[in-house]
Design a binder for this molecule. Structure first.
Ligand SMILES: Cc1ncc(COP(=O)(O)O)c(C=O)c1O
Length: 339
């Protein structure tokens, strides 16, 4: 099987530590049973402690994408759904298909900011606003507290903030959920906690969501439940990795700018970049590197890549330089220094 350098899905490049693997193995011993409800309760309590909200506000699900889908299916039939463009595509496509009405607000170039007025003007009928903050694929924070308050103040409006990359951005609206029934946040352990193979997402939800929302999807696979619990008992490993990724992100960004790619500031574990190199995605794939082609959403030359380990980033820069040299015939003598 070909060895790919996988920089396409915004995963954490560091493997799980031994204690997590042992916890997941423990879960394998109970595969004949549905997850124990006491153990699920314990995970919910740990998530409540981690996020600083009451346990009653937490809904657990196998992946936050399924939660977002469930939210759309529960609420969008009677509401206008308002999202940004670009955004996390799976949520947008289910909303486009099932919402009574679907509106996307284009993020403004060149910095991909979210314009307030066009968004607020749309909230003139029962609405469900879903915004990823930071945004995927631009990596930008598009919401601040003031805008969140303005949205929440609109009559019959529900706001869902997708905080999949919260640990990298450091900005959360979790503290507002108690006071605002119409606010919910979705989060995941798949990104910063490095548990994409475990698939644990959760929602921190205001009261309005519990009227209709069906929390019965909370049964997790046994290994997922055990690994997630162990990860939350020892979050230091995650925070250390987040720190490493953020340092690498800034370094990688500088190296790519030197190679004349336009790199956008990021509050996540990935970078959006634009390059003039023709067929860049194909060239990278031919050399064993997978990145996300976002040109259909953003235009020619845009790609999104996850920040990897220092060695992976070094390899990416080396290959990027090689492709650029071939494409332009230029020599670039700059050396990337790993570590
Ligand atoms: C913005 C955003 N939201 C949600 C998700 C879904 O995350 P998961 O289903 O792994 O919890 C992703 C995954 O890439 C994402 O980028």
């Amino acid at each position: 099987m070909r060895r790919w350098l996988k920089l396409d899905l915004n995963e954490m490049p560091y493997s799980p530590p031994e204690n997590l693997i042992r916890a997941a193995e423990q879960g394998l011993r109970s595969l004949n049973r549905y997850a124990d409800t006491d153990a699920l309760q314990r995970l919910a309590v740990l998530l409540a402690q981690y996020t600083g909200v009451r346990r009653e506000k937490i809904v657990i699900a196998p992946g936050s994408d399924l939660l977002l889908r469930e939210i759309v299916l529960c609420f969008a039939g009677r509401r206008k759904v308002v999202m940004a463009s670009p955004t996390f595509l799976p949520t947008a496509s289910v909303a486009r298909r099932f919402a009574r009405k679907f509106v996307s607000i284009r993020l403004s170039r060149p910095e991909f900011t979210l314009a307030r007025e066009p968004l607020l003007e749309e909230l003139d009928e029962p609405s469900l606003v879903i915004l990823d903050n930071p945004n995927n694929p631009t990596g930008r924070l598009v919401l601040d507290r003031e805008l969140v308050e303005l949205i929440l103040a609109r009559p019959d409006t529900l706001l869902v903030v997708d905080e999949a990359y919260f640990e990298f951005s450091g900005l959360s609206f979790a503290g507002m959920v108690e006071a605002h029934a119409n606010l919910a946040l979705t989060r995941t352990l798949d990104k910063a906690f490095g548990l994409a193979g475990v698939r644990v997402g959760y929602m921190i939800a205001g009261e309005a969501f519990f009227d209709t929302f069906c929390p019965s999807i909370a049964f997790l696979p046994q290994p997922s439940l055990q690994a997630a619990t162990e990860a939350l008992l020892h979050p230091d490993y995650m925070w250390k990795n987040v720190q490493r990724i953020m340092e690498e992100r800034e370094k990688l960004s500088r190296e790519l700018e030197i190679l004349e790619a336009r790199v956008y500031p990021s509050s996540t574990n990935f970078l959006l970049l634009r390059s003039k190199i023709p067929d860049l995605v194909e060239e990278l794939t031919d050399r064993g590197i997978l990145v996300m082609d976002v040109s259909r959403q953003l235009g020619a030359g845009f790609i999104r890549l996850s920040v990897g380990t220092p060695d992976e980033n070094e390899e990416f820069v080396r290959i990027f330089r090689e492709i650029k040299r071939q494409a332009t015939g230029q020599e670039n003598t700059y050396e990337y220094s790993a570590g």
